[in-house]
Design a protein around this ligand. Structure first.
Ligand SMILES: Nc1nc2c(c(=O)[nH]1)N[C@H]1C(S)=C(S)[C@@H](COP(=O)(O)O)O[C@H]1N2
Ligand SMILES: [Mo]
Length: 300
């Protein structure tokens, strides 16, 4: 890759460097290598303060396991993640089933501390480990006529009790425009805090697009298809009026049923002040140019 994004760390949010480093040491062991990749550049004091492991892994949206925030942590252990492969097909040079372990051998995993903003107006900061989606797409070789990337979550009724309920049209599907997918901020996450990503967060690999609402970050991916046309997406199919294909975080465009101007920071306590939501979730400088010719109020 000619241009590799290192990290996006500038922020004036709270930070307690020593507390964060202590936590890294506590996690220790196996994680050390992966974490070291993220340490050492730039000023630690300017980093985002990540949420606790327990918040990140016990307050989830993963409707295949139920719609309560606690359901995924309760039931996602039922999902078998070994063996795992991802079918990459459509407009690619080398279509096929890519085995997870083989993907991991070829990818370089780094730590990315990103803001994460759900469309329901809550947020966290998550220290992901992952690789750039662009690297995986290049492994398969993107053909010149590809313009979009479609993603699909595993669909296993025996292992996913929520699939009994027609809340969404299963399997969960998502999509990005090719330039969004190739953007260096877009990653496939395979870990959190240097440990393997828990099932409730989308093991063994899930998308993370930090400037978009959380539902774009599709979990437990089994298929990636390069297409010429814009692919259907689950929440847009469920309610097009409320959930667009783009779904970039935008404090100025309200959801039809609530404002997106502020967010509840998970783990900040019952009486904590809400945080002002940032344009593109704080990644405006990096991604605004992708949308320069679009009316952001219209293409939500
Ligand atoms: N397959 C699948 N992916 C999904 C979801 C889901 O229900 N199923 N929920 C989405 C939503 S709404 C959010 S906010 C994030 C939550 O990710 P987290 O549980 O890791 O915080 O996952 C997204 N990816
Ligand atoms: Mo969400």
């Amino acid at each position: 890759m000619a241009y590799r994004w290192k990290k996006n760390l500038k922020d004036c949010d709270v930070t307690d460097e020593s507390a964060y480093l202590d936590r890294r040491q506590l996690i220790g062991g196996v994680a050390a290598g992966a974490m070291l990749a993220g340490i050492g550049t730039g000023a630690r004091a300017m980093e985002l303060a990540p949420n606790e492991w327990d918040d990140i892994t016990s307050y989830n949206n993963y409707y295949e396991f139920g719609t309560d925030k606690k359901d995924p942590a309760k039931y996602a252990h039922m999902l078998t993640i070994k063996p795992w492969s991802v079918k990459i097909d459509g407009l690619v040079e080398r279509p096929g089933d890519y085995e997870f372990g083989e993907i991991m051998e070829k990818m370089s995993v780094e730590e990315r501390i990103y803001r994460f903003r759900c469309v329901e107006a809550w947020s966290m900061v998550v220290p992901w480990n992952g690789f750039e989606l662009a690297d995986l797409l290049e492994l398969a070789g993107v053909k010149g006529d590809a313009k979009y990337v479609a993603f699909e979550t595993v669909n296993r009724p025996d292992e996913m009790p929520g699939l009994r309920y027609p809340v969404l049209d299963w399997p969960y599907v998502e999509g990005l425009r090719l330039d969004e997918a190739m953007h260096p901020l877009t990653i496939m996450a395979t870990g959190i805090y240097g440990r393997d990503i828990p099932n409730q967060n989308g093991a063994p690999l899930r998308l993370v697009v930090p400037w978009k609402y959380g539902f774009k970050s599709i979990k437990s991916i089994v298929r990636i298809t390069l297409t010429a046309d814009q692919p259907p997406t689950s929440w847009n199919k469920a309610s097009a009026r409320e959930y667009g294909f783009y779904s970039n975080v935008n404090p100025e465009v309200s959801h039809p049923r609530w404002s997106q101007a502020t967010e509840r920071v998970i783990g900040s306590g019952l009486f904590a002040k809400r945080k002002e939501t940032l344009m593109f979730n704080g990644y405006e400088e990096e991604v605004a140019s992708l949308y320069s010719d679009m009316d952001l109020a219209k293409f939500y």
